[in-house]
Design a protein around this ligand. Structure first.
Ligand code: SAH
Length: 467
């Protein structure tokens, strides 16, 4: 550690900024965020700076004189002329101020770190000038792990510090707070429900401490496969989880991002091979939450799009378990982006419909074929590969043109993505020729022609070449 980090209370202190350009403005923003009104002095002050700061800074358009530095706690020198900057730094230091000269570390008493500002929670990162870009990158990485309402959570905890002190024996207090920050009440504050969190906190503090602490279940969308498409919140929840229950559609790369010592349970869901029956998955989540665990139920795509997330939410709520839902990118929008196929391209479609092609055994999917054929918009079929020929046949029977473009995307957004396109009458031939077996979407409608995908002819030609 080359420099000593300290958090300075700047309220009611004199902060001086010498300069009137962009750098001066940046420093002004920083110190204003810390609750002070800086004095800015320079012979030429930018009009934009003056307009942005308004009365949040005292602005003096004049060359600085030694008397200006009297009583300054901090002085920032943000001017281009190097000799003048060095002189002013000396004057400021003599007046007793700690000095920062922009881009001149050798003249600085202090440097400004990369900052994450979450209200009362502040994270400051410094590489002592060695690699400012690295510091910024680290800031972005850490930023992703800190929910935007972390400051509110700190305030919330502060408000209950006294009550916790009087209700919970000292020996148990640290454990109490650890459980609090990992548990449902903190999740409630972070999701913006402070009123509910207050009620829950009062109830918890009034409960005998011998009772089990409550856990929480997060039903989380993992997106279509590419780990980069996880939401920031999903990533954070994975990194805080005690237990993760995941589906077949969740990729290994995503699981690799989870907390290393989290317990992981595969609960399956290959079509005919439900590794664990739904009721058992739900019962297991309830038991894990009641035992005080922070449970993540990780589901492919979005949990509320053909994912049975709705049933899980209802069951958990009925069991009195705290449960939260985090959305994910659903396969349709993931595959659309991955193939450059705008699902509602203005020239071709006014709407998009998501349907499930799932049906038991030989049965036909239970869909309103006439309505779907009449829509003439984009139709996205989830779980439809096994029934592709029935789906195409029914739509054509009900008047959708056999020449309607279709696209099939398997393992969309993953490294092994396959995308093919053709017409409705060729749908089955396409699927067979490409050997589609994994999770795949059918996209039916004019926009399918836009997809970056192989045609039936491409596939046949490719096979010939291989042979
Ligand atoms: N909740 C998920 C869908 C679950 S149903 C979501 O929002 O995406 C499972 C079906 O989703 C699969 O049969 C397939 O049709 C589709 N699917 C899921 N991931 C996919 C992917 N990466 N590429 C193509 N289709 C996918």
């Amino acid at each position: 550690m080359n420099r000593f980090p300290a958090f300075i209370d700047l309220k009611d202190r004199n902060v001086l900024i010498i300069g009137g350009g962009d750098e001066a403005l940046r420093k002004a923003r920083l110190v204003i965020a810390a609750g002070t009104v800086p004095t800015m002095i320079w012979s030429a002050i930018d009009v934009g700076l003056r307009a942005e700061l308004g009365d949040r800074a005292r602005i003096i358009e004049a060359a600085p004189v030694p008397a200006d530095f009297k009583g300054a706690a901090l002085a920032f020198i943000a001017i281009e002329d190097a000799p003048t900057a060095a002189d002013l730094a000396q004057v400021a230091r003599r007046a007793g101020a700690l000095v920062n000269v922009v881009d001149r570390p050798e003249l600085c008493d202090f440097t400004t770190p990369s900052i994450i500002d979450r209200g009362r929670l502040t994270v400051a990162i410094s590489t002592d000038g060695a690699a400012p870009v690295l510091a910024k990158k680290l800031r972005t990485d850490i930023e992703a792990l800190l929910p935007p309402r972390t400051g509110a959570l700190a305030d919330f905890a502060d408000r209950y510090r006294g009550a916790v002190k009087s209700n919970i024996a000292q020996a148990d207090r640290r454990r109490f707070w650890e459980a609090f920050f990992a548990g449902p009440i903190a999740a409630q504050v972070l999701s913006g429900d402070e009123a509910g969190a207050h009620d829950a906190m009062v109830a918890t503090l009034n409960r005998p401490q011998t009772e089990q602490r409550a856990g929480v279940v997060h039903i989380v969308g993992a997106g279509p496969g590419d780990p980069d498409l996880l939401t920031i919140k999903a990533l954070r929840l994975l990194q805080n989880a005690d237990v993760i229950l995941y589906d077949r559609l969740v990729s290994d790369e995503i699981l690799a991002l989870a907390r290393r010592d989290a317990d992981r349970f595969y609960v399956g869901k290959a079509k005919a091979d439900h590794a664990v029956p739904q009721e058992e998955i739900e019962a297991r989540m309830i038991a894990l939450a009641r035992a005080g665990n922070n449970v993540v139920r990780l589901k492919g795509g979005d949990p509320f799009v053909f994912g049975r997330g709705g049933e899980e939410l209802e069951t958990l709520r009925a069991a009195g378990v705290s449960v939260f839902v985090t959305p994910g990118i659903t396969a349709a929008t993931g595959c659309a982006a991955a193939t450059g196929m705008a699902l509602t391209h203005r020239d071709f479609a006014q709407a998009v419909t998501f349907v499930t092609g799932h049906a038991k055994g030989d049965a036909e999917p239970d869909l309103d074929w006439q309505a779907l054929a009449d829509l003439k918009n984009t139709l996205v079929v989830y779980m439809g590969v096994g029934k592709a020929s029935q789906i195409a046949g029914r739509l054509i029977d009900h008047g959708r043109a056999a020449s309607t473009p279709v696209a099939v995307i398997e393992n969309g957004t993953r490294a092994d993505q396959i995308s093919i396109k053709g017409t409705l009458s060729d749908l089955l031939a396409l699927i067979d020729a490409a050997g589609i077996t994994g999770p795949a979407l059918l996209v039916i409608g004019e926009v399918a022609a836009l997809a970056d995908a192989q045609s039936l002819n491409d596939i046949i030609a490719q096979e010939r070449n291989v042979a």
